[in-house]
Design a protein around this ligand. Sequence first.
Ligand SMILES: Nc1nc2c(c(=O)[nH]1)N[C@H]1C(S)=C(S)[C@@H](COP(=O)(O)O)O[C@H]1N2
Ligand SMILES: [Mo]
Length: 180
Amino acid sequence: MLKHLRLILTVATLAWASAGGAADGNVEAGKYTTTQLAVAGAVENRLLLTVDDLKALPSREMGSLPIVCQSGATTSTIQSLKGVLLRDVLEKAVLVLKDHNDAKKMAVIATASDGYKVVFSWSEIFNSPLAEGILVFYERDGRPLDEAEGRIALISAKDTRTGPRHVKWLSGVEVRKIVD
Ligand SMILES: Nc1nc2c(c(=O)[nH]1)N[C@H]1C(S)=C(S)[C@@H](COP(=O)(O)O)O[C@H]1N2
Ligand SMILES: [Mo]
């Protein structure tokens, strides 16, 4: 009986692996697609926002933007973008700030469904020239984001190199006080 179970499990595992279930670097279309953005951590209101929810917030548009990798290579170019400022999303969630100086100790972690993560500081999002370029976006070149990065993504358009904080398949934003 146990032998049979083992055999069945082995066969099932092999079938799963050959069907592409294993992490073989082969990105199937739509595998990472995100349709909701979770806002959590040190916030008064946890949020789960759909594209329609994001569209209900004040929208921002941006023009042509080259995506430049950390290495310096330009990997692609975005013609136009539409979305909402990360600041406006966080203002809807309301950060938990108990002490006057808490804001300066906050980090905001943006996570994608493939495990990619980037970090922002409160100061960048709320008190710097970068702020106006930190966009949660849902439209590119006049269309909804496709499975290569959508349906929800994020970019920090005013970064020196725009690739690293171009978060495809954005799934979560977490606010965390990282120092006492
Ligand atoms: N979710 C997710 N986003 C990501 C990455 C990733 O691996 N996963 N790679 C980043 C890197 S290193 C770069 S250079 C840009 C490339 O963006 P592009 O494919 O639109 O040119 O995406 C960034 N965003
Ligand atoms: Mo990159």
